[in-house]
Design a protein around this ligand. Structure first.
Ligand code: AMP
Ligand code: MG
Length: 424
C-alpha cells in the first residue's frame, strides 16, 4: 500500500493545466482567469446622479435655511440615458433621475426627499445647503482605466462577469473547462430502466460521476458502458483520448478475474500507468496513467459506487481542478466534535467515514456518521455531506475531535442537517 499523499502527487504530476483559451463571458462563470484583465474604460463612464432629485450648483444653496429657503428655476429634466444640452447657470436647477448624466455647471444633487416643488414644477425650493459632490458619482469611481479587474487565478463569479461586461468585453482568456469523459465497465451493468436479468445491476456510477462533473462546472462526456472485453475497452479509450481532457473509468481495477481495465489501461498508456493500492478505506484500488498519443490522464476507479465517489473526491477532483487552472485544489477540512463514537481497527489505512457535519449555534462543527458504511451502500453516501478522516488507529469516542472534509458545498451551512434522521 502507498500513502494517499503519494498517489495524489503522482496524479497531480501528470495533470497539467489546460492552455488558455478565449471564452465568451456568458460561458465563463466559474472558470479561472489565465492572464490579468486590465480595464480600458472607466466605470462609471461619465459623472452622474446617484439619486432622483435636482442637479444644482452647491454655491447657490449656501444661504438656504428652513425659514428662508432658496428657490431655483427648473430648466429641464434629465432621465437616465438622456442629456441636457444647456449648462446650469446661477439660480438654476434641473430635475434629474438616478444614473442620468450631471449637466455642465452642476456639482451636486439635492434628493427629491429633501426639497419641494413649486409653480407646477417650474421652481424647486431648497431648505438647507447642499454640499458640493452630494449624490454625485464620479468617473472611474468603481473602476479606473488601467485597473486590474481580474488577476490571473481569479475564479470568475457572477459579479466578475458584470465587471467584464462593463468593459465591453465579449470574451475573456481563461483556462477552459475540462471535458471529462465517464465510462463504466462491467458485464453486469445495464443502463436502461427495464427489468434486470439475473446477475445484472444498474449502472449507478456513470450517473453519479457525470453529476459530480457537472457540479464542478466541467463538461461531461458520457462514454457509456463497456463490458469486460479487452478489444471494446481499447477502442473506447482510444476514442476518449481525443474527445476528452480527462477520462474516468469505474470497475475492473481490483484483483478479481475480470479486472481487465488495469490490463487495458497498461497497454493504452505506454508504460505510464500505475496500479496502486492506496492506504485508504474505502477506495483502496486505483489505477492512473496518461493515454497514448495524448496528454489525457485516465483514472481507473473501483466499481463500488461509494469507493468511486470517495476516489473522485480524493484523487480525481484535485487533479481536474488543476487542469482547469485552479490554484486551490482541495476541499475544506474543519475540526469537528464527534456526536457519537467513530471507532475503527488499526489496519494501516486512513478511513474516510461518510458523515453528516453541521455547525451548531456556537459555530462548532459537529459530526455524526451516516448509517451504512459499506462501499456498496450508496444511499448512505447520498445522505452524507462530509467525510470524517480517521487516521490509522482506534478512531475516536463521542466527544472527541476529528478532521472533517466538507464534500457538499450546497450543504455546508447545514444547520438544518439532522444527524441520524435517516436512521431506521
Ligand atoms: P469491480 O471493481 O469491477 O470489481 O466492481 C466492484 C463492485 O462494484 C461490484 O459489485 C460491481 O458489480 C459494482 N459495480 C461496478 N461498476 C458499477 C457501476 N457502474 N454501478 C454500480 N455498481 C458497479
Ligand atoms: Mg467488474
Amino acid at each position: 500500500m502507498i500513502p494517499l499523499r503519494e498517489a495524489q502527487d503522482f496524479v497531480l504530476e501528470a495533470c497539467a493545466t489546460l492552455s488558455p483559451h478565449p471564452v465568451p463571458i456568458d460561458e465563463a462563470l466559474g472558470c479561472v482567469v489565465a492572464t490579468p484583465v486590465l480595464a480600458t474604460e472607466p466605470v462609471p463612464p461619465f459623472v452622474n446622479s446617484s439619486r432622483d432629485g435636482y442637479a444644482l450648483r452647491a454655491r447657490d444653496t449656501e444661504a438656504a435655511v428652513d425659514r428662508q429657503p432658496v428657490r431655483l428655476t427648473v430648466v429641464g429634466s434629465i432621465m437616465a440615458g438622456s442629456t441636457l444640452d444647456a449648462p446650469i447657470e446661477v439660480g438654476q436647477a434641473a430635475r434629474i433621475m438616478t444614473g442620468a448624466p450631471l449637466p455642465d455647471g452642476a456639482d451636486a444633487v439635492c434628493m427629491l426627499e429633501d426639497c419641494a416643488d413649486e409653480a407646477g414644477g417650474g421652481v424647486v425650493v431648497i431648505g438647507h445647503p447642499v454640499t458640493e459632490g452630494t449624490a454625485v458619482r464620479l468617473v472611474g469611481e468603481d473602476v479606473a482605466a488601467g485597473d486590474t479587474v481580474a488577476a490571473a487565478g481569479t475564479v470568475l463569479t457572477p459579479g466578475h462577469i458584470g465587471v467584464l461586461a462593463n468593459q465591453g468585453m465579449d470574451e475573456v482568456m481563461v483556462h477552459p473547462r475540462p471535458r471529462v469523459g465517464v465510462l463504466s465497465t462491467g458485464d453486469e451493468l445495464v443502463s436502461t430502466s427495464g427489468p434486470l436479468a439475473p446477475g445484472q445491476i444498474r449502472d449507478a456510477n456513470r450517473r453519479v460521476l457525470l453529476a459530480l462533473v457537472r457540479r464542478e462546472g466541467w463538461i461531461p462526456v458520457d462514454l457509456g458502458i463497456v463490458g469486460d472485453d479487452e478489444e471494446l475497452l481499447t477502442t473506447a479509450l482510444e476514442d476518449a483520448a481525443t474527445a476528452c481532457d480527462v477520462v474516468i473509468t469505474t470497475g475492473g481495477v481490483s484483483v478479481g478475474d475480470l479486472d481487465i481495465v488495469k490490463v487495458v489501461l497498461a497497454n493504452q498508456s505506454g508504460g505510464t500507468m500505475r496500479w496502486m493500492q492506496v492506504a485508504i478505506r474505502p477506495a483502496k484500488p486505483f489505477a492512473f496513467g496518461v493515454l497514448d498519443g495524448s496528454d489525457t490522464p485516465v483514472f481507473g476507479l473501483p466499481g463500488n459506487p461509494v469507493s468511486a465517489m470517495v476516489s473522485f473526491e480524493l484523487l480525481v477532483r484535485p487533479a481536474v481542478r488543476r487542469r482547469g487552472g485552479h490554484r486551490s485544489l482541495d476541499r475544506p477540512v474543519v475540526s469537528a466534535r464527534a456526536e457519537s463514537d467513530l471507532r475503527r481497527r488499526p489496519d494501516g489505512k486512513t478511513h474516510f467515514v461518510r458523515a453528516l457535519g453541521s455547525l451548531d449555534q456556537h459555530g462548532v462543527w459537529r459530526v455524526c456518521p451516516v448509517d451504512g458504511q459499506d462501499s456498496h451502500q450508496l444511499r448512505a453516501m447520498a445522505d452524507a455531506n462530509a467525510l470524517a478522516i480517521l487516521p490509522d488507529g482506534d478512531g475516536v469516542w463521542a466527544g472527541g475531535v476529528v478532521d472533517l472534509m466538507l464534500i457538499d458545498p450546497d450543504r455546508i451551512s447545514a444547520s438544518t442537517a439532522t444527524p441520524g434522521a435517516h436512521r431506521r
